[in-house]
Design a protein around this ligand. Sequence first.
Ligand code: GPK
Length: 799
Amino acid sequence: MDLRNGLRPLGSTPAEFEQDLLSNLYYRRGTTVESASAQDAYETLALTVRDRLAARRARTAAAHYESNPRWVYYLSAEYLLGPQLEQNLLYSGTTELAPAALKSLGFDPAEVAALDVEPGLGNGGLGRLAACLLDSLATMDIPAVGYGIRYDLGIFKQQFVNGEQVETPDDWAFQGDPWEFPAPDDRHRIGFYGYVGPDGWVPGEVIDGEPSVLLVPGYGTETVNIVRLWRARATESSFDLRRFSAGQYAEAVEQAVRAENISKVLYPDDSTESGRELRLKQQYFLVSCSLRDIIRRFRFRNEGWDGFAGKTVIQLNDTHPTLAIPELMRLLVDEEKLDWDQAWSIVRQTFAYTCHTLLPEALETWPVDMLGRLLPRHLEIIYQINEGLLGEVRSRFPDDIDRVRRMSLIQEEPERRVRMANLAVTGTFAVNGVAELHSELLTSTTFHDFATLWPDRFTNVTNGVSPRRFVKLANPGLSTLISSGLGSDDWLRDLSLLEGLVPLAEDASFRSQWRSEKRRAKAALGLGDPGALLDVMIKRFHEYKRQQLKLLHIITLYHRLKSDPGRFGVPRTVLFGGKAAPAYTAAKSIIRLINAVSATIAADPVASGLLRVVFPANYNVTLAEKIIPAADLSEQISMAGKEASGTGNMKLALNGAVTIGTLDGANVEIRDRVGADNFFLFGLDAPDAAALRGSSYQPRSYYESDPELRSAVDAILSGAFGGVGQEVAQSLLDRDEYLTLADYRSYVDRQDEVSAAWKDQERWTRMSILNAAHSGFFSSDRTVADYLDRIWRAAPVQP
Ligand code: GPK
């Protein structure tokens, strides 16, 4: 059957959509209009919208089958997909149809839409980047599949109790997930533990990986790609009936529970290694299931192994899926009986690796003992890969023992550990950083030895964000204004067209409409005074990102207000959003202190009208879509040389926020494009910051010589904010690992210029429009185009 035209077309009129809703309500939900709950209505709507995408999916799959293309496979432990309903309404062209049909059936569209829960299957930037890349791959008609883990519990929900972060589980799929297609027949059996016998690995424990599929529609095209998420399932034999009959109920299911724990929970770590065996199990589970699936798909249209690397590129999203390298070696050598060299050449042509960090503590390593116990054959393979690597190093650099020690896949001291980043560089044909500065620092520092050995392997692909998600869906009002200014909405598929807004920055009536959109977005956030400058810092909490610097600025503003209210610059609302890893005590202290400062200012009648600090709990994609359109000022204030790229910086600039930032990550490229006049630069650059860190940095000397800084720090130390957060100030004085005090003066002075610029609203609006106009480069479509050109070399297939 020809799937391209063998399907009955789904309705496109309101009456037909209503009919489709009704049949899903009856036949798939098993209820009636009269007895349907809001949840019934939501699930029915989701199914009705999903059907439309599924029809496109079938046509896409047929086109892919026919053309037998080269595939891009994206392996990622995290995907922060964001709310699915609004996206799928937009991408299926039913944004207007659906609420009208719901209403005419007697449902409240707003109540129904509010039931959509975002799958929080990621921590932060890395997981959201994966989602933006999938969006762009589909939009650009590239045959691609994302592979990940379907965690039962996503990133924890954050609450504040007495200002402190409290984590609760995110049971996101409690009601089931109507967007998912379970595919239990595509299970794969995965082993762990055991020993290596004469015929290869004999696992001591087996579990099943069961996939479900989420549809990933392209915008303005027929293509619908997929992401496959694996869930761990106990095998049939794992239930112990004998024990159950003996009344040992817990013991009877113990093995099953242990197996299914593998996909139980997303590790809420960001950039630091958790060191838990369960996490290593998750990583192996992901790659083993995914590789078998990739091979299964290859076999649809291909035989043998000669063509495999030509038809397949597998992108490793950070080191989390690096075990794919020894796993593919094992499959090829032990199971497919290829010789080592042939297998290694296939592996080396198949994988590519994206590094997302510069923090040494974020480079994953695993104890040799643990890895060898869990995956004995993989450890052997890693040793053999290491022999090849070190042989090459020795022949290129004879007698350079120190180099051999640095490059080895095995760290010897203080404990033997496998260095996953070194393995990832060794087993791939391309390694990229995620912004120009980051990629330069990778080759000059983190991977300097490897870049010396294999210079051609290293490249840069600057991150990007989906304009559909972060402009069109997040900011419909501004999107309409942009389309009317540009005369079409083609910019949603070619973001460089935003340059056409440049002349409109000089058009007073356009500026006034632009301002109205900002005010509207602020009003929607419920932030009171829409005339106040909305100063936004939204990102994970980490000391290198320096929320504590923003906090010192707030306290300084507060002190100025107290001493001379008449002299105060402009009304400001400072908004924080973000979570701290549950075990990251210092970051949690900063959160607590922010909430305490917020309360102190709110309780002060002199200050509260002019300065507000708000910190909505549980920052996630849903909340980001509300905050980003409203932001006037974007805080990108990490210590230079620490933030790999940042992507919030791009989302905010695209929505007309002006950046105050250091020369770090992609800030550098944003400033280059929007122009130095439309960007508030401050602080040490990466070389100067590294030099200061390398010398004997004395944070106290800054404190002692700057009265405003001193009184801000003293206020915290003296307990002026509900008596909390002294440890934050103390650690700044004693260590200040990220040079907060060194950058304080330059930051505060720049903020004074921000306030002065805000007073001239026409000038500010011009800057705001020019930020959006010059940020077209930061579309994830451009990022995908760069990956295609530099790494993936895959071509579009139109359904
Ligand atoms: C980097 F190493 C990591 C990590 O574990 N999680 C994560 O979100 C971020 N990142 C970087 O911190 C950002 O600079 C970057 O924009 C983002 O990944 C996407 O590349």
